[in-house]
Design a protein around this ligand. Sequence first.
Ligand SMILES: [Zn+2]
Ligand SMILES: [Zn+2]
Length: 248
Amino acid sequence: MTVIIVFFVLHWYSSAFAQSFFLHRYTSHRMFTMNKFWERFFYLFTFIAQGSSFLHPKSYALLHLQHHTHSDTEEDPHSPHFFQDVLQMMLNTKRIYEEYRLGKRKGPNKFADAIPTWDLVDRIGNSMITRLGFVAIYVAIYVIYAPSIWWFLLLPIHAIIGPLHGAFINWCGHKYGYQNFDNKDHSKNTFAIDLFFVGECFQNNHHKYPRRANFAVKWFEYDIIYPIIKLLHWTRVIRLLDPKPAAA
Ligand SMILES: [Zn+2]
Ligand SMILES: [Zn+2]
């Protein structure tokens, strides 16, 4: 049982970190820079952490920038205010994500060419064989270590962990919570301390300051990824563009 709990927690947080740190804060917003070695390190980390639900970084970034440009309008790929339920919202998100991935839709941003890509990892990560291979590893771990069949109910979470995190953040982050700023959209801060989605639920703060690496703004808010970002800055793995963001 201990192995299963450790595996679940590790997978949850490594995937959430990959999405927040690499796909969102670096690939989409360039809140910090890093050299090619570290870029490839975190690219590979994202592939392994997200595993069966690996999200193609460039398509993620383009989709996400479209979300910022058109937040909570009809052009927003995943505003909860235009869909009946979270499944419809995520199906639309997937459709637009695939259009970016297949080159059928152009990026909304003039920096699109600067978004990091790694063809080999993209090809391997997007292949169905790789995705099923990761699922087989998750199942094998549960077959070996789960003390009862009920634990297998957690397996679907492992299989779709990337989009699952995205679904919660996109739906709740624009529907439930409080607002510090009037961003002319429905962005909300769902939690003051976001323990499970590593700061991503500070949508209201983030839409106000899209390139601010610390998503927490008020004294009572805490972004649990930001100390890691500062540590990576001090150890020169990354260079923060704004090492001392002003308080609001
Ligand atoms: Zn948002
Ligand atoms: Zn963003």
